[in-house]
Write a protein that binds this ligand. Sequence first.
Ligand code: IYR
Length: 224
Amino acid sequence: MKTHVQHPLTDFVEYPPQQMLARAEAFYSDIKRRHSIRKFSSRDVPQSIIETCIKAAGTAPNGANHQPWHFAAISSKEVKRQVREQAEAHEQRFYNGGAGEQWLDALKPLGTDAQKPYLEDAPWLIAIFSQKKGGIEQGQKQQNYYIHESVGIATGMLITALHTAGLVTLTHTPKPMSFLSKICKRPDDERPYMLLVVGYPAEDATVPDHALKKKSLEQIASFL
Ligand code: IYR
């Protein structure tokens, strides 16, 4: 059997350069409004929106197209309560010295602490898992490749999709995160990658001044 069947590219859309620039500028001014939010409203968000954003994330480029990710979308109040309880216990140790002085100093401008009420307030938590083994077909146990890169890109696309849909997010990485595997009933060959908090901002949500300082193009890019 031929294993390298190719299809003509039929869905590429070309824009004139001027329109390309206008589109790039429009995207930039929209994505500039993405902020990590730590105060969430408890307003519900329909599951269909979350599903569509996860489908968008699932189109991310990845190693050998094994798509080495799993998204556990949590809206159950009881499961969110368990996540908060465990995350806060770990964060307590982290902020009480576990992180080390240097790390805690770096976090000071963000004003974060061990209290994570948003883990219960927000309508959705999305626990993202990376898969060491898998393959393109369900149930395969082949080696996966570029796992961190793949899951990182998919996570970025998920954040972008959720922002574009009109929601706010927080990337949360309690340390260690292994409790998420248990709560989400994920298998041993998957690792928790990140917890995304998703919903509407609370009316008194804020953005730390520190987070608004973005490096200039000159600082982040070179053109050769
Ligand atoms: N996970 C902790 C600490 C934390 C770490 C980094 I690096 C941040 O950019 C923000 C927070 C917490 O969520 O509080």
